[in-house]
Design a protein around this ligand. Structure first.
Ligand code: GLC
Ligand code: CA
Length: 537
């Protein structure tokens, strides 16, 4: 008997960053009603699953990744009724919805933390990590990971901002409380979770083991048993610190601990090794290809992978890996290369219309806590403003957080009020209305690509075999199973290129320039991409 294919393996997931997607009530902030009003736009693209970045009650120090109350919707996004309506409407359209689960830390305004800091014998004390002395662990957002609190003369641990104290997963009662929250949402009918920095919940702080700590599997297992077991849901874990082999093992087997993970080995290739994300380095396509080859091969045998180039923490893919001077061509090329691989495709809002990164001239225009912190830290170190801004232009998280560009009206049709973060000034040209009015637009290309993926089994189960491996400008590979062989080609070159294709070309499935003649000796324009079916030699 054929093994049943899990629905999420063949799904297209679309990430919504609620603050920036659509503002229905004109206060300048995206909201749930705004999202509900755009469901048919998503359905039409071929989206199966919506992943909502956090909409829980939050002081928004880290834009909702600092949760004050897990069981309430933040009023800036709407009400619980709006949320239920969104879930219902999403389901009615045949789509599913997953939420972001942020349980490595809470907000410092969460009532657990307010209690915890009151006294050493407070019942909530051990929900968080307190020590008499700090260690030298640094925060991801810069500075120490320890914050002194005078009330009890001790330090609490925060791997992110100091308004995001880490929860103490060693504490059984804390864990029980988390499971209650998870089940609350699943019982309400959502279809799963994206689990924020979930590789951190097994950490051993005193031994300075953070990611993939000694308790990780055991904790994931307990979470699975208490919450996920027996439910028809999908789970995707954000696991920046996990090795590929571990990622494969966590997502493998009949009942994987998590259905799939976000793995980040391709993300750090444009930084100086060991110097962190702000130390810029030019991307080497060979390295990029090698990382994906390894990713595909390791995850292929076992496990399941998520295909993504961008998200709310990463700059826009087109500005980073493509070329804004060849915006439409390179948006389509990147999609072809990425979604031709094995794994579940993720689209980050705006990618499907070729939205680009942004350059604000004043640091005051930036809203992201990470960007603001790093600006202070680097300029205090004496690094000139211009140089720091270059790093922020390349890597800052606000690149992908500017409001969605719906049309060419004021504020790109995102809001009738003052947007919380400025709209990218290129919205008159780059917007959904424009893109959709053109059959050669990026949106329709994504749509067609997803249809092709879904109608060819080989995308699901085909082996990944690199082609033109040594070529510094072309990323190409085969996908091959018993019945089918596809060749996926993408050019990262600003110049025309010539490629030789061995074997018999049976058909063209898709390309980003239909004027190019398909044969065994092809001359291809800059940023060309295509998928060919190849027969036996
Ligand atoms: C994850 C989120 C990021 C957030 C961090 C802390 O990496 O994606 O946006 O800042 O966790 O919650
Ligand atoms: Ca609003």
């Amino acid at each position: 008997m054929e093994k049943e294919i899990k629905w999420w393996k063949n799904a297209v997931v679309y990430q919504i960053y609620p603050l920036s997607f659509m503002d229905a009530n004109g206060d300048g902030i995206g909201d749930l009603k705004g999202i509900t009003s755009k469901l048919s736009y998503l359905k039409n693209l071929g989206v199966d699953v919506i992943w909502l970045s956090p909409v829980y009650e939050s002081p928004m120090d880290d834009n909702g990744y600092d949760i004050k109350n897990y069981l309430e919707i933040d009023p800036i996004f709407g009400t619980m009724k709006d949320m239920k309506h969104l879930i219902e409407q999403t389901h009615q359209m045949g789509m599913r919805l997953i939420m972001d689960l942020v349980v490595n830390h809470t907000s410092d305004e969460h009532h657990w933390f307010l209690e915890s800091k009151k006294s050493k014998d407070n019942p909530y004390r051990d929900f968080y990590v307190w020590r008499d002395e700090p260690s030298d662990i640094g925060s991801v957002f810069g500075g120490s990971a320890w914050e002194y609190d005078a009330q009890t003369n001790s330090y609490y641990f925060h791997l992110f901002s100091k308004k995001q104290p880490d929860l103490n997963w060693d504490h059984p009662i804390l864990r029980k409380n988390i499971y209650k929250i998870v089940n609350f949402w699943l019982d309400m009918g959502i279809d799963g979770f994206r689990l924020d920095v979930i590789d951190l919940i097994g950490k051993d702080i005193d031994r300075k083991i953070l990611s993939d700590g000694p308790h990780l599997n055991q904790r994931l297992q307990e979470l699975y048993d208490e919450c996920f077991k027996g439910r028809d849901i999908m789970t995707v874990g954000e696991m920046p610190g996990l090795s590929l082999e571990r990622a494969a093992s966590i997502t493998s087997g009949e009942k994987p601990l998590l259905d799939m993970i976000f793995q980040f080995s391709h993300i750090s290739l444009d930084e100086v090794p060991g110097k962190g994300k702000w130390a810029l380095k030019k991307l080497d396509l060979i390295e990029f290809k090698n990382v994906f080859e390894r990713l595909q091969n390791v995850m292929y045998k076992d496990g399941w992978n998520s295909l993504f180039l961008a998200n709310h923490d990463q700059p826009r893919a087109i500005s980073r890996y493509g070329n804004v001077n060849f915006r439409v061509m390179s948006s389509k090329m990147l999609a072809t290369i990425l979604y031709g691989m094995q794994g579940t495709p993720y689209v980050y809002q705006g990618e499907e219309i070729g939205m680009t990164g942004v350059k604000f001239d004043h640091i005051e225009k930036y809203k992201d806590i990470e960007t603001k912190n790093i600006y202070q830290i680097l300029t205090n170190q004496g690094i000139p403003h211009e140089q720091v801004m270059e790093s922020i232009y390349a890597k800052g998280r606000d690149n992908s957080r500017t409001p969605f560009q719906w049309d060419d009206s004021k504020n790109a049709g995102f809001s009738k009020g003052n947007p919380w973060l400025d709209v990218n000034p290129n919205y008159k040209d780059i917007n959904a209305k424009n893109d959709l009015s053109n059959h050669q637009g990026v949106y329709f290309y994504f749509k067609k690509l997803f249809q092709i993926r879904k109608s060819h089994q080989v995308f699901l189960d085909g082996e990944f075999i690199p082609f033109m491996k040594e070529n510094k400008k072309i990323f190409a590979y085969y996908r091959k199973n018993e019945n089918d062989q596809l060749l996926i080609i993408g050019s990262f070159s600003e110049e025309k290129m010539h490629i030789e294709i061995p074997g018999k070309i049976i058909s063209l499935l898709i390309s980003n320039d239909d004027s190019v003649e398909i044969n065994n000796q092809m001359d291809i324009p800059p940023y060309y991409a295509c998928i060919l079916r190849i027969g036996e030699k």
